[in-house]
Design a protein around this ligand. Structure first.
Ligand SMILES: [Zn+2]
Length: 714
C-alpha cells in the first residue's frame, strides 16, 4: 500500500479507537536532489542531434547529453500519450496501471504514483502539461501539489479534434518556471510536458521544408529555458512518450503499430552535478533503403533515414523502458523502488547494469477498429513482435524492421504474454461526463468491444494502407473528391466505422445533408450504441427539419449513456426551434444534472425561463452561463430583460448598457433601456438614449416615438 494511504488509514483508526488523538504527523524532510522530468511528446530518438541526426537543431538536448547519459535504446511502454505517460509516472506497464488507451479512463486510486511517493517523502511536486490528453480528469494529477492543465470547458467543447487541444509550450514553460522560482520546503519534483512535435505541425521560420524537425527544434529551445531555471545539482531527465511514424511502415503518426519508429524515444539523464566527457562509441551505419511513400504522404517531410551515431558523456546500449523513470528518480530520492521498472542509476554511474527485456504495446487497434492488439519485447538487438502471429527482428541487421521472420515459439514470448494479460479486457471506461467529452471532441470512440482472441483478429499492419488513404482523404479540402474516395473505402472495408464516419462528414461538408444522414444511420445499423453517430445523426436531422427522428436519436443517446451531455445538447435545439419553453426547461434540467456548468444548456435554460416568466431563476441561469464561458453574445440583453420584468430598473439599465457597449450596432439594448426608463418616469436617463436613437434614424418604433415626445421634445 502506498505510504500516503497508510498514513491516512492510521490517522483515521487512531481518531476512532484512541481517547487521546495521535500527535500531528511531522512532514518528512526529503534530502534528495531537485528533479526535473521533461517529456517531449512525439519525439523520435533519431530526430535528435545527440542520437545522430545531422539535420536536427537540438543544441539544448545535445549539450545535456554531453554532460549526461544517453540511453541508445529507450522504449516507450506504449506508442500513445496517456498510456505511456501513465507508465512513466507509475512505473508500471499498461496492464498494471490500466490506462491502455488515450482517455476515457481514470487512473485507479490504488495505483501508486511517483508524485504521491515523492510528495509523501517531503518533495514539492508540480506538473505542467500542454495537451488535454494529459488533463487532470484522467487521474495523473494524484500526488502533485500543483497540476497545471489550463483547459477551459468551453474550449474543450469547441475543439474539433482531441489531439488539437493544446496550450502553447511557452506558456507551459513559463508556468513551470514561475513555480520553480517559488521557494518552498524540501526539494522539488517538476514534470513538464511539451506537445509541439505532435501533429498538427506548425511552421517555424527556417523549417519550411521540414515541419517535424522544425517543431523538434522549437521544443528544444523551450527546453533550454527550462534548463536555465534549474540548478546544476538537479537530476534532469528528458525523454518522450513515443516517437512518430513519419511514414515508416506506412504510418504517418503513431498508435496503430509498435514499430521502432514509434516506440524508440530519446532518454537523456544528467545526474546531479553532471558527468564529464567520455568517448562516443563507433558509429553504426544508417539504413539507406528508400522510405516507402504511400498515397497521401506529406510531400514536405524529409524522410531519409538517419545514422545511429550517439554523442554523450556516456552511452548505454542496453534497452531500457519508460517504466524505469520512477525507479530511477526514487533511487536518487532515497526511496525504495516499486513496479515493473528498475533504477538506471548504476548505468548512469558506469557501474555494472543489467536489465530484463523491455516491453511495449498498443491496444488502440482493438479498441478502435476491432483489429488485433500488438506488442513487442526487446532484449539487446532482438525484438519479438507479438500479434496474430509472432515475428522476430534482428535490429543489428535490420534496424528499420523490414524483414520480419515468422516464428512459432521464442524465449521472450512468456514475458510478452505476462504483460499483455487477458487480451479481451476492455479498458475501464469512465462513466462521468469526462469520458463523453472525449467522444464529443471527435476523438474516435471505442467500438463495441470484441472478446475475440488475438489470433482471430486482423493484423493492423495489413490495414495501414487503408488508414493512410482514409487520413489523406480526411485532409482533402475538396469535399466532392473526399466523398468519392471515401465511398470507395466504405465499399472495400464495410466494417471500418471510421471510414463511414468520415464519409458522412464529407457528405455534410459537400452540402449533401440527406446522404450524410443516411451514411450516419448506416453506422448505427452496425454499432447501435455509437454515441458520436447518434449525436451527429440527430444534428443532421435538425438541418433536414426531421424533428421526430432527431428527438428519437437524441433520446437514444441519453439512454445509451445518461452521463453524455450531447444527448441533451442536441435534443434541446429541437425544442428551441419548436418554441416550446416547457420542453426546453425539461431537457436543460436533465442535461445540467449531468454537466452543471454546460454554458449552452445554461444559456438556453435562462432564455426559456424568461419565456415562462420565471425571472429570478432565469437570472441565475444566465449568470452561470456567463461564468461558464458561454459564447452567446446576448446574455446581457436577456439579463437586462429579466431585471426589467422584475422592476429592477438600475440593474436592468446596467445590463442593457453593458450589452450596448459590446454591440454598438445593435440598438435593442438602448431601445429596451430607453422604454424602461421612460416607463419609470426617469427621463433624465432616458433622454440621451432616445436622442441617440433618433439621431441614428430609429424613429419608426411607436414606443420610441412616444418616449421621445414625452422626454425630449418638451
Ligand atoms: Zn504523445
Amino acid at each position: 500500500m502506498p505510504r500516503t494511504a497508510c498514513m491516512v488509514l492510521a490517522l483515521a483508526l487512531g481518531c476512532s479507537s484512541s481517547p487521546t488523538p495521535p500527535p500531528p504527523a511531522l512532514a518528512p524532510v526529503a534530502t534528495g536532489p531537485d528533479v526535473l522530468l521533461v517529456t517531449i511528446d512525439t519525439l523520435r530518438a533519431d530526430r535528435v542531434g545527440a542520437y545522430g541526426d545531422s539535420l536536427a537543431s537540438t543544441p539544448q538536448l545535445d549539450s545535456l547529453a554531453a554532460r549526461g547519459v544517453l540511453f541508445r535504446e529507450a522504449i516507450a511502454a506504449a506508442p500513445l500519450t496517456l498510456p505511456s505517460h501513465a507508465s512513466m509516472l507509475t512505473g508500471l506497464y499498461p496492464l498494471g496501471h490500466g490506462m491502455r488507451d488515450n482517455g476515457g479512463l481514470r487512473l485507479a486510486a490504488e495505483v501508486p504514483t511517483l508524485a504521491s511517493e515523492l510528495s509523501a517523502a517531503g518533495y514539492r511536486t508540480g506538473a505542467f502539461v500542454s495537451a488535454y490528453v494529459l488533463d487532470a480528469a484522467w487521474g495523473l494529477d494524484r500526488g502533485f501539489d500543483r497540476y497545471h492543465a489550463p483547459f477551459h470547458p468551453q474550449e474543450v467543447a469547441d475543439a474539433h479534434a482531441f489531439g488539437e487541444l493544446e496550450v502553447a509550450g511557452a506558456d507551459t514553460v513559463n508556468a513551470a518556471l514561475a513555480w520553480l522560482r517559488q521557494s518552498g520546503d524540501g526539494p522539488s519534483f517538476c514534470w513538464v510536458h511539451l506537445y509541439d512535435p505532435h501533429t498538427p505541425w506548425a511552421e517555424h521560420p527556417g523549417w519550411q521544408g521540414d515541419p517535424y524537425r522544425g517543431e523538434v527544434a522549437f521544443a528544444d529551445g523551450l527546453l533550454g529555458r527550462l534548463l536555465a531555471g534549474v540548478e546544476d545539482q538537479a537530476l534532469v531527465i528528458v525523454t518522450a512518450d513515443h516517437g512518430e511514424g513519419l511514414w515508416e511502415h506506412g504510418e504517418r503518426e503513431h498508435g496503430l503499430l509498435v514499430t521502432r519508429a514509434t516506440t524508440r524515444v530519446p532518454l537523456v539523464i544528467r545526474p546531479p552535478g553532471g558527468l564529464e566527457g567520455h568517448a562516443a562509441p563507433p558509429e553504426r551505419p544508417g539504413d539507406d533503403r528508400a522510405t516507402r511513400r504511400p498515397p497521401g504522404v506529406d510531400a514536405e517531410l524529409d524522410l531519409k533515414p538517419v545514422p545511429d551515431a550517439p554523442r554523450a558523456a556516456r552511452v548505454v546500449e542496453i534497452p531500457v523502458s519508460g517504466v524505469d523513470v520512477p525507479a530511477t528518480i526514487a533511487d536518487y530520492a532515497g526511496l525504495s523502488p516499486w513496479g515493473d521498472g528498475v533504477s538506471l542509476r548504476p548505468a548512469i554511474e558506469g557501474l555494472p547494469f543489467e536489465r530484463a527485456p523491455v516491453y511495449s504495446e498498443t491496444f488502440f487497434p482493438r479498441f478502435h477498429y476491432g483489429w488485433s492488439e500488438l506488442a513487442v519485447v526487446q532484449q539487446g538487438r532482438t525484438r519479438l513482435r507479438v500479434g496474430p502471429e509472432l515475428a522476430l527482428i534482428d535490429l543489428e541487421a535490420d534496424p528499420s524492421e523490414l524483414e520480419l521472420v515468422a516464428v512459432t515459439e521464442h524465449p521472450l514470448l512468456a514475458a510478452a504474454l505476462a504483460w499483455l494479460g487477458d487480451a479481451s479486457t476492455s479498458p475501464a471506461v469512465l462513466t462521468a461526463a469526462d469520458a463523453e467529452r472525449l467522444a464529443a471532441l471527435g476523438y474516435v470512440e471505442p467500438i463495441e468491444p470484441t472478446a475475440k482472441a488475438r489470433g482471430a483478429l486482423v493484423d493492423p499492419r495489413a490495414k495501414v494502407e487503408i488508414l493512410a488513404r482514409l487520413h489523406a482523404l480526411e485532409a482533402t479540402s475538396d469535399p466532392e473528391a473526399a466523398v468519392a474516395g471515401l465511398q470507395a473505402i466504405v465499399r472495400d472495408e464495410p466494417e471500418l466505422v471510421d471510414g463511414r464516419m468520415a464519409l458522412a462528414l464529407a457528405l455534410a461538408s459537400a452540402g449533401r445533408v440527406a446522404e450524410a444522414l443516411d451514411a450516419t444511420l448506416a453506422i448505427l445499423e452496425r454499432q447501435p450504441r455509437h454515441t458520436m453517430a447518434l449525436s451527429n445523426a440527430a444534428a443532421l436531422c435538425r438541418k433536414l427539419g426531421r424533428r421526430e427522428l432527431g428527438i428519437e436519436l437524441a433520446q437514444r443517446l441519453q439512454a445509451v449513456n445518461p452521463q453524455d451531455p450531447r444527448g441533451y445538447r442536441v435534443e434541446i435545439t429541437f425544442w428551441v426551434d419548436a418554441e416550446q419553453p416547457d420542453e426546453v426547461v425539461r431537457v436543460a434540467e436533465a442535461g445540467l444534472a449531468v454537466e452543471p456548468e454546460d454554458p449552452q444548456l445554461l444559456y438556453l435554460y435562462g432564455l426559456a425561463l424568461i419565456f415562462l416568466e420565471r425571472y429570478p431563476q432565469a437570472l441565475e441561469a444566465l449568470d452561470r452561463a456567463a461564468r461558464a464561458g458561454s459564447r452567446a453574445g446576448d446574455i446581457q440583453l436577456y439579463q437586462g430583460t429579466a431585471h426589467d420584468r422584475l422592476g429592477q430598473v438600475d440593474e436592468a439599465y446596467a445590463a442593457y448598457l453593458a450589452y450596448s457597449r459590446t454591440h454598438p450596432d445593435d440598438l435593442r439594448g438602448v431601445a429596451s433601456s430607453a422604454w424602461m426608463l421612460y416607463k419609470a418616469d426617469d427621463c433624465a436617463r432616458a433622454g440621451p438614449l432616445l436622442v441617440n436613437m433618433v439621431e441614428r434614424g430609429h424613429r419608426s418604433d411607436p414606443r420610441i416615438r412616444e418616449a421621445y415626445q414625452a422626454c425630449v421634445e418638451p
